[in-house]
Every structure is written in C-alpha cells, then in structure tokens.
Design a protein around this ligand. Structure first.
Ligand SMILES: [Zn+2]
Length: 101
C-alpha cells in the first residue's frame, strides 16, 4: 500500500458557491450551512430541509488530519474544505451585508 497523506490545497472559491452546498460535519451527524438544519446523516446527497445539493464538506474540528481522513472516507465525492477558512470569510461577508443577514 502506498503512503497516502492528507494535504491541504489552497484554492480561490467564491463563498456564494460554497455556502449553498456545504455540509458541516460534526462527530455523529452533519449540519447544512445553507439553512442551518442539524442532524443530517453523513451520506445525505441533499439537505432534507432546504434541498441543497451538497458538493463541499468541512469538519467542525479544525486542523485535524485524522478528522479530515475520517470524513474523506465517508464522503469521497465531496470536496473537503477547511472550516476556519470558510468561517473567517463568511463572517467578513456578513459584516459587509452581502447576504443581508
Ligand atoms: Zn439545508
């Protein structure tokens, strides 16, 4: 078996592209970043409440390669992003009132 490592890749993505498609993973279930619904099963392709089609996933636990590996194994179809990166820019955008919330 080859040696596979979890390596983070920097990417330039519009938050408006991420937010409606982001699954925020907790330890036993996940939340929808779009409508804040909680308790979503990890294997859900769409949000049971708002119907968001998930494309991205992030872990609530930051900087944990072990957690990233666990989520990666659960959902290899989703793009794994760093929660801190998302949260940081989300807060900045909210301050500027981009989403008006
Ligand atoms: Zn939702």
């Amino acid at each position: 078996m080859g040696s596979k490592h979890m390596i983070r890749v920097w990417n330039e993505i519009d938050l408006n592209e991420i937010k409606p498609r982001l699954l925020i993973a907790g330890s036993t279930a996940a939340d929808c970043a779009n409508c804040k619904e909680v308790g979503i099963p990890f294997d859900s392709r769409i949000c049971p409440k708002c119907g968001a089609a998930f494309k991205y996933m992030c872990a609530r636990v930051s900087d944990a390669a072990k957690e990233a590996r666990r989520l990666r194994a659960k959902r290899p179809d989703l793009i794994l992003i760093e929660f801190k990166d998302y949260k940081h820019d989300d807060a900045r955008s909210a301050a500027r009132g981009i989403w008006g919330d």
